[in-house]
Design a protein around this ligand. Structure first.
Ligand SMILES: Cc1cc2nc3c(=O)[nH]c(=O)nc-3n(C[C@H](O)[C@H](O)[C@H](O)COP(=O)(O)OP(=O)(O)OC[C@H]3O[C@@H](n4cnc5c(N)ncnc54)[C@H](O)[C@@H]3O)c2cc1C
Length: 546
């Protein structure tokens, strides 16, 4: 006999599904930043990717993330294969990203504004699926390094090409490739001079860059190990040197490196990060022997910009989830969005997210203009370190606050927030952890006075009393008249970052600019989110973000 159904309760007062949604159309701050920073010509394509990222890519991201990559060291017969298998949705996401130019647009179409447009793509992509952003970023950032060697033109061109080909075959057989990098070793990551991996020239008197070297040693972190090639630092006879190490040799043979195991990571699960041993792996020199750090520096600047964009994207996605929930969830008789204290939290998050994006896109314009304009090159050099430090540092606290807006649901995997939360600390750790960024800012100011001048020029504008006071404290250090002690570097770089964010908002006459100055530059101000002065037009800030 069928039992009658027991109606225990009606499902009520839960928000509708978040997606599909159009991440471009919903994001006024992004649209304004694109126009402001000179990438309007690309709007149509970015709009297309924003719609895709908020629908298909968002959907695919769940399985790509849940079903983690697996390492297969050997095949069934016992031959080494050193392959990582991914969920098919990971490949679908990578294909869409590469075909839309997330890795290569700025190199494939090198016109003014292309770096800004690619920055927008990177920001949108990170919102949908941050794990795959790692190989996309490294592929993008490796191109200018590879272009230093004419013999590696095929590599550079294929990395910039809008084709994804995950087959494990030699580069000559592929229309498009991806790249990784290997710097960090067990005994030292930040201090790469401690690298012990050696590179011995195969020929007794190697002088031509096409002469191969043999690498022997290890890397403790080696992400995206299915990439077609890797920029690797190793000790050559002339000192620490940058090398391109292919996965497959031109004759099709596996190169002599072994993937030891995959890292069991806090988050970033769709992306594989490995430990690797080089057992006489063949590699070609990029740049001069002994100039490894200088050679790879351009790549590092670009990856730092992507860390800024990625963390800005995480903030935006966390904010969008929080706004969505609070609009639909009623507590104590009215939607959370209409509760004054929740409004303060959401408005404060909205300010933070927009300021992060605004600075990231301003820096993307500097990267874009750098080849044509030395002042912009100097600005990009130092602003990537400043922005990476501050934006990435703010993201974990930001995502946690957004989680709290969802209450218990924000701690449960079916909401996106736990995934965002696990991802949030990564950008501040890799590509130079916080202290390293701050020390790099001090180094740049001390050794390259043009960087201090570029920052000072950038800050010159009329922004009201809080802004004026804030930048006055920066005058002497930026003009080289008051060196900052190492132990004070974080305080100094934070002040610089806030002043730069304020300056971008002020220059744009952005309606949130004065609220940003009052809440971040004026003293005293509170430290937690949700502590904006209550007389500010909070509802207006929320409407702008929503
Ligand atoms: C998921 C993931 C993927 C990664 N993928 C790659 C990859 O593909 N390729 C690669 O090469 N690396 C990769 N890394 C490594 C990453 O870049 C390093 O972990 C990072 O640069 C820090 O190096 P470390 O771990 O050796 O820490 P350390 O260098 O030991 O630093 C530890 C701490 O000390 C601080 N510190 C260091 N020196 C100073 C100083 N002089 N003054 C004050 N503080 C200091 C640092 O800021 C850091 O906070 C990855 C890391 C992670 C987590």
């Amino acid at each position: 006999m069928d039992l009658p159904p027991f109606e225990t309760h009606a499902v009520d007062n839960q928000p509708p599904p978040f997606a599909p949604r159009d991440l471009w159309r919903d994001d006024l701050a992004l649209r304004e930043a694109m126009a402001r920073e000179g990438a309007s010509a690309f709007s149509g394509r970015i709009a297309e990717y924003g719609a895709l990222a908020g629908s298909m890519l968002y959907e695919l991201s769940f399985d790509a993330h849940r079903d983690r990559p697996r390492l297969r060291t050997h095949d069934g017969s016992g031959h080494r294969i050193d392959r990582v298998e991914f969920h098919p949705d990971y490949h679908a996401i990578m294909r869409a990203a590469i075909e839309h130019g997330v890795a290569g647009l700025s190199w494939a179409e090198p016109v003014p504004g292309a770096h800004v447009a690619r920055a927008a793509l990177s920001y949108l992509h990170y919102q949908a699926e941050p794990g795959s952003s790692c190989p996309l970023t490294m592929t993008h950032a490796a191109v200018p390094v590879l272009r230093r060697e004419s013999g590696l033109a095929e590599w550079a061109d294929k990395a910039a090409a809008p084709h994804y080909d995950p087959r494990d075959v030699p580069v000559a057989e592929k229309p498009g490739i991806t790249l990784g990098m290997g710097m960090t070793e067990k005994q030292g990551g930040s201090d790469v001079r401690a690298n012990t991996t050696t590179a011995a020239p195969v020929a007794a008197h190697a002088s031509d860059p096409s002469d191969p070297y043999l690498l022997v040693g290890h890397k403790w972190f080696f992400s995206a190990p299915m990439s077609d090639g890797f920029l690797v630092l190793a000790q050559a006879p002339g000192g620490l040197t940058c090398f391109l190490m292919p996965r497959r040799l031109p004759d099709g043979a596996r190169n002599a490196f072994a993937l030891v195991r995959l890292k069991d990571k806090l988050g970033d699960w769709s992306n594989a990060s490995s430990e690797v041993e080089f057992r006489g792996a063949r590699a070609w020199r990029v740049g001069e022997e002994g100039r490894g750090v200088a050679t790879i520096l351009e790549m590092v600047m670009l990856t730092r910009l992507d860390c800024m964009l990625g963390s800005s994207g995480l903030m935006r996605m966390a904010l969008a989830q929080a706004l969505h929930h609070c609009r639909h969830r009623v507590a104590f008789g009215k939607p959370l969005l209409d509760q004054p204290l929740m409004r303060n939290v959401l408005a404060d998050l909205a300010l933070e997210a927009e300021a992060a994006l605004a600075l990231s896109m301003r820096v993307a314009r500097a990267v874009d203009a750098a080849p044509r304009d030395p002042a912009e090159a100097a600005f990009a050099r130092v602003a990537t370190a400043i922005g990476k430090y501050w934006i990435c540092k703010r993201t974990p606290a930001f995502v946690n606050e957004a989680q709290e807006c969802l209450g218990g649901n924000g701690y449960i995997e079916e909401s996106l927030l736990p995934r965002l939360y696990r991802q949030a600390p990564l950008n501040s750790i890799w590509e130079g952890s916080g202290n390293i960024q701050c020390l790099d800012v001090l180094r740049a100011l001390a050794r390259e006075p043009a960087t201090g001048q570029a920052l000072w020029n950038e800050l010159q504008l009329e922004g009201g009393p809080a802004y004026a006071t804030a930048i006055e404290t920066l005058r002497a250090p930026l003009q080289g008249k008051a060196p900052i002690p190492e132990a004070a570097a974080r305080t100094f770089v934070e002040s610089l970052a806030l002043a730069l964010q304020a300056s971008v908002l002020l220059k744009a006459a952005n309606p949130i600019a004065q609220a940003f100055c009052r809440s971040r530059l004026a003293t005293p101000h509170s430290l937690a989110f949700g502590t904006l002065p209550p007389d500010l037009p909070l509802a207006q800030f929320i409407a702008r973000a929503a």
